[in-house]
Design a protein around this ligand. Sequence first.
Ligand code: PHE
Length: 346
Amino acid sequence: MDKMLQSLEKQALEEISKAKSISALKEVEVEYLGRKGKLTNILRGVKDLSAKDKPRIGKLSNEVKNNIDKRFTERREEIEEQELKHELSKEFFDTSIPGISPPIGHIHPLSQVQEEVERIFNQMGFAIMDGPEAESEYYNFEGLNIPADHPARDMQDTFFIKDKEDEKHGRFVLRTHTSPVQVRTMEKYGAPLRVIVPGRTFRYEATDASHDTTFYQVEGLLIDKNISLSHLKGIMAEFLSRLFEKDVNVRFRPGYFPFVEPGLELDFSCFMCQGDGCRLCKHTGWIEFMGAGMVHPNVLKAGGLNSDEYQGWAFGFGLTRLVMMKYGINDIRLLTNGDLQFIKQF
Ligand code: PHE
């Protein structure tokens, strides 16, 4: 009996060592320790042994069982470790290859120039204002001295938002310019004021290379005591010189907008040819840039200001046009149509 146990142990340990996989090991386990396993049978028979043999054989067979158990556990861990190593070795990993960098976005040219404009006006003491894109007829027109029957309403083809109406402020429109924020700012902050309003504007227009239904403007408004158009000339010459990083001159021409009096158009000296004449300025040396003028007393009144005490000027220029000029973009639609190939150049 002792011999039998010993050879069983030896046999089992050998088979365990030979098992190359977890499933092979399981089979060996069943063979020896399963319900009908070789060792199980012996253990079961111990109780029928004579009183003389029972303690010794019982002890020995328990030792054999423990040894086999221990070896099973060891072998299982060995096999698992080998399998893991094998898995890893299949996956060749070259640490010297540069990683794949994820695509990183960048600032849209419109936003780049807008940020630059904001930075320069900030330096000159102007605050940045915002206003709603869906605006009331009141702020877009009446408040700016453009009554309903005024022919100037035809100057700006307007998108009307049908189902929205405000008793006090009339129908809602997609704002045709950033000028409505003039009255909003005066109402909110009173005077003195020094603000610019960059923002999205809309016109009901057929699109072509230089017209789009959606574009961007920058409004400017300066209100204080003893303000004249010479301040506007100085501010704009300084702004444009800083923007183009060269000396830029400006000139005024008469212009008409119902919300300014007197009204004017501002041109600046061509930054490509320094005024000598080139294709960009159509050989005039000047580039038409924006509308401006002294804020009309009716607009100051709409903003709740006393026009005897305060006066100021306002201007509005096309941010989209500025971006097109700055980068030599010849089709306005490229800026908003989401063409990544185009936009990735900036
Ligand atoms: N709002 C005018 C436009 O869109 C521009 C402007 C602004 C003119 C302020 C004068 C003063 O054409």
